[in-house]
Each structure stands twice: as C-alpha cells, then as structure tokens.
Design a protein around this ligand. Structure first.
Ligand SMILES: *[C@@H]1O[C@H](CO)[C@@H](O)[C@H](O)[C@H]1NC(C)=O
Length: 101
C-alpha cells in the first residue's frame, strides 16, 4: 500500500509538471478516453482553476484524472503561483480539518 501511495504522488507530480509545460492536451485526452476514475488520495489535487495572472479571473477549470469520494468535495485548498492556478483538493465540506497522510 505504501508503494501505491508513492505511485500516486509520482503521478500527481508528473501531472503538475506536464501542466507547467502547458501540455494540457495530454490530460484532456486521457480524461475522455479513460472512463474509470480512481479516488484522489492524500494531497492529490482533484483539479486546478487556471486564472488570468493580471485580472485573477478564473479562465477555466481543469479536472484531475481522479475523483473525490462521496463524502468529500473538490474545493479550493491552495494556490500555485508558478502556474497561476488555484489548487483544488478533496475536502470534507463542514470541517476545515486537514487529513494527514
Ligand atoms: C488577462 O486579462 C487581460 C485583461 O483582460 C488581457 O489583456 C490578457 O490578455 C489576459 N491574459 C491572459 C493570459 O489571458
């Protein structure tokens, strides 16, 4: 299971790198061709809201390949200034508690 978690983190890091280099099409393609969605585990983002650096207006939302569990929602959690995006993670709505991995 620890091995799996490492893999999930590696995949998440790879996705972020891909995103940084603007290869959004790679994610888009796998999103449409791959119907099965694994749950987002740990600190894996469930999506990114890309905003305009100057206006800070959200231009589009990009979903990750994984999805949130039923009891969690994909909510804004963080901001990644380097890619001008808000990072969304699966969170329980009512509490602000961070689940430690
Ligand atoms: C951000 O918004 C400004 C003002 O509307 C616009 O001129 C600029 O092209 C936008 N930048 C991007 C990256 O879309």
């Amino acid at each position: 299971m620890a091995y799996l978690r490492h893999m999930v983190f590696a995949v998440a890091a790879a996705l972020l790198l891909v995103h940084v280099f603007g290869a959004a099409t790679v994610i888009k393609r796998s999103e449409t061709s791959n119907q099965e969605t694994e749950p987002c585990t740990g600190r894996t983002p469930c999506g990114w809201a890309i905003y305009n650096r100057t206006t800070r207006y959200i231009e589009y939302f990009m979903r990750n390949k994984c999805a949130c569990d039923d009891e969690k929602k994909c909510l804004r959690d963080d901001e990644d200034l380097s890619i001008a995006a808000y990072v969304y993670r699966c969170k329980v709505e009512e509490t602000q508690e961070e689940s430690k991995s």
